[in-house]
Design a protein around this ligand. Sequence first.
Ligand code: FE2
Ligand code: FE2
Length: 500
Amino acid sequence: MTAAVAERSEHYAVVERAEPRKPRRNEPCRSELRLGEVLSAMSFALDITEGQPCGHSARSCLIAMHIAEKLHLPAAERSALFYAVLLKDAGCSSNAAKMAYLFGADDRKIKHDLKSINWSKAIEGFRFMRQNVSPESSRLERFLKMAAMLLHGPGGAKKLVLTRCERGAEIADELGFPAATAQAIRDLDEHFDGQGQPRGLRGEEISLAGRIAGLAQTFEVFYSKLGLTTALEMTLARSGSWFDPQLVCVLHRLATEEEFRSELARRDADVAVAAYEPHEVPRFADDGLLDRVAEAFAHVVDAKSPWTFKHSRGVADLAVGMGRAVGFGADRLRRLRRTALLHDVGKLGVSNLVLDKPGKLTVEEYTAVKKHPDFSERILLRVPAFADMAEIAGAHHERLDGQGYYRGICSDTLPLEARILMVADVFEALTAARPYRAGMPPEKVLEFLERDAGASVCPTSLNLLKRHLSRKDFTSRVEHQLEALDLLAQDLAAPVCLAC
Ligand SMILES: [Fe+2]
Ligand SMILES: [Fe+2]
């Protein structure tokens, strides 16, 4: 990645640092945390995966909820729509590696730019490919890559979108949302004229929530990038093809209202949208549900690359084992597990060109990687229930001697949880394979860590790891990585998907 690419890619991963949020009192029954507050903040993680500005999903949700109110949808339907739009991109990390391989370009840029073109028009799709395939390769390499992409048939494209939609819908199911939420996610890229993906549904075959979500997300992309007038013009131009004409009319009526316009312009879309969570169908983020949110987002992170597949879960299992070895109580263990599950959430803001590079990183690429703990910290700071985990997650690459990142602080001043997480993370990562090396045997990794104990590695945490491993067998995730790589290879034999 050149310096120019590194500079440009900054745009795709800007997470503003926020103060920890306090619970608000704008609705009845405010004594408990609402799930909408958690998901609207966590949706920033999905935005950076998609190369969209932070707040894209939350603002899309705001638009969708205004449309739903104009249509006087019942509370249950508004509720299903609300969570569907916040989670609409939950399946998108699963195709990030494919996009990077297929285009030979930053997956976040490809995903970002694809949202701005009318990919159902062949000429626009071809022009996009010509401009974006392997931008830093020779003309011959670019030609060969484009030819390979064009030779594949539409069946594979459908499969790729289907996989992505199904993954997002599965996550909605795992979190216990109604079937209507999962269906809206499945229908997100269907078009009113039947030319969308993955099923080519037409008109009212597409769920109403899916039609609203599709309109809201595309309108938001154009609004944020090009302003209200252009966004409205786009919806008119695609009325009847991409979008339900009746919904376009509703949106245009809304656009004349000052309240709608001023809410669209708010920078804190994640805060604004929480007030639209239908309180007639309350969903409170109790401990069990927060655990599932952390597990779900760990899946999203780990799905970004076959090389990181199941990494977060593995780190969480090790960290909890180490916490048990030192005698942590149930609450402390729960918090440690959530932190470990989400420690790499900031990796969603790093290009797969870098994460999956089969060689030594350049200085610019390493600089990009070193930002991910900061992104993790910034994202978690925005989530009311996770803000107290942010500092520990942000410190998972620090070292005792101050030679770590992103702050470069001497980490012996950090809480034990942070030092446990550092050791668990290194052990898990070294026993797994990377694009440029095989996984190391656990005993070799322990020897390696032992050499640095007291210098860069926390000796207390290393002893806890050894105690844990003496009680419980450890199996590296190399086999799972190979399965994920095999799936990627199969998908790469399918054509490019311009709807992804
Ligand atoms: Fe990390
Ligand atoms: Fe990690």
